[in-house]
Design a protein around this ligand. Sequence first.
Ligand SMILES: [Zn+2]
Length: 698
Amino acid sequence: MTASNDESELFPTLAAHSEADSGGSSTAPGKDDADEWQRMAAREEFEPRTDQGEFLEAIAIEACNAPASEPVTLTPTEQLVAATDKVRRVWGHDSLRPQQEDAMAAFLSGQDVLLVLPTGGGKSLCYQAPALVRPGLTLVVSPLISLMKDQVDGLLQSGVRAGMFASTQDPEEQALVQRQLNRGELDLLYCSPERLTLPGFVPRLVQAGLSAIAVDEAHCISHWGHDFRPDYRELGDLRQHAPGVPMMAVTATAPPRVREDIAAQLNLQQPVQLVGDFDRPNLTYRAQPRGRLLTQILAVIQRHSKEAGIIYALRRTDTEDLARDLAKAGIRVGAYHAGLRAAKRKEVQEDFLAERLDVVVATVAFGMGIDRSDVRFVIHASLPKGIEQYSQETGRAGRDGLAAECVLFYGGSDHHTWKRLMERSAEEAAATGLENAKEELNDALKRLGQMWGLAASATCRHRTLVEHFGGAYSDHHESPGCGACDVCLGELETLDDAVVVAQKILSCVVRCDQRYGAAHVTDVLRGAKTQRMRDTDHDKLSTYGLLKELSARELRGLIDQLIAQGHLGVASGEFPTLFLTQSGARIMKAEDEVTLLRPKRPAASSKRKALQIALDDTPVAQDLFELLRKKRRKLAAEREIPPYLIANDRTLTHLAAHHPKTEGELLATPGIGEKKALDLGPIWLKIIRDWLSTQTDS
Ligand SMILES: [Zn+2]
């Protein structure tokens, strides 16, 4: 085998390949900024398909140079024990969660695995730790370069033999990885899907000792997911090129239908399916009708002074306007959307990761690869288009396991905006001859309806989320309330006379001939003295002024709830007129019950205790925590990596609570393995020692 032969064969194929694909995007970019689907927005960070010159050299791995693997002497059970030991020594975790252990056991015994764990649930460990005990190379497919780089940097910090191939690397870096591969010096190799689909690449990795494959963010392969990437589809061929190599597909978000699709598309062989507990008990969810948005947002930020947060807005202009207003209020904030120059986006992202910015106001383009683990709040300034998207975006809060807050501000207009966008994009798709446009529209509307239900109904938010992903909430929790959402915390007031109020609203909709929208119905019920009331003669209706004791905002909130519960419908088309549904008619006839909520006061300032007490309830010395945090920022800047790769908040909190004095005590800290104890241990110990001395002096 010679490289030049392969190059001459590969070049024409490659050229045809990239051309064929460049025009084949499945969704046209939306004309409207709001139609900024995630996958399109993040596009520029994806691995480009061109410039493969240096790469061809990199894959010229001599077959005879296959790594001198250790002889396979360990049984799968022994390997699992060894992997658990690695988890402790390399990553500093004392124990595995049940699904992690099951996933590793199955993977090490050579089975295919489909692993669905929530963000922060320790997914990557499930293929990383086995890679260290399994002979040969584990290949990891990852969708974004930034994501790969962070993972590899983190692994290197912990002393793991990991590398990556990316177009952003200079020739020297690529040559180094190639040498390491040739010598069998890598346990983990990260690649983009685009790289893998190059003809000849995987077979050569097989020759070089490929023994396992992990596909990260596997939902990208599914058309039903919200992050579909056509490039992922080609991963189906992996199985063909690497027969007998066990494959693990991991994702944080996959309802049953997407799971099935992942298994089918990747050709997983009777995969062991493991679905984690989707409940994130450290997240407190709140949903409130949108009023004075800036005031509402500032109230949330006040509860998290100087802490990290992300605010999602629908439109690009919204992100910039909001960021400007927040900056005026003294917040260290940046705006991020796909319309910004790549350099500007990179700057905002890096400033946020390096803790130079506390808050980023962003469109959904700010997504994968934002790996800051100490995000303490995520705010949605409007309704997301589905629960999956909401779950993934809120999943960026509290990844360190400490308390964090997710607040959703919504309005009926959001629902209508999305519906219009979806209908329009379906019309366009149908016009271009796409066969299943109608089906996709129904699917999208169903997802939107579920999200709307989550926002505007009176059911525990944790329960709704867990059940959406096919989990059974009651199985894990004995008490009816979660204690971590506005519904269960009693921050929303149940209306005593809900049925009567609902009847007044529904009756008003009927008396307006079901030809007016929520704003008009609100005006009628509040007895607005406007020209429009007089023009329509609606000031003469029996329902005029019937609910004048409520504020317009409260009333709109109630109408939204009736829509969310299906008692009122909203017409399709240009005007979102309200109409009575069958269940609404039953309520009017007093044949059915209804529950309506309204916010009590502004959410009681339940100042979280996350940083005052560690996870084991030991008090945390806040000043020591700040000292450690400052040092972490400095170290991160010196090493040019994000601070959380030095140590996450959970580690620092533990240090600031337990004040370890020896290396042995240090190793009991979550997130500090042997390499990190050696590398950073003396630094932490010195800070703690110095701090302790000031404590005894005083
Ligand atoms: Zn709850």
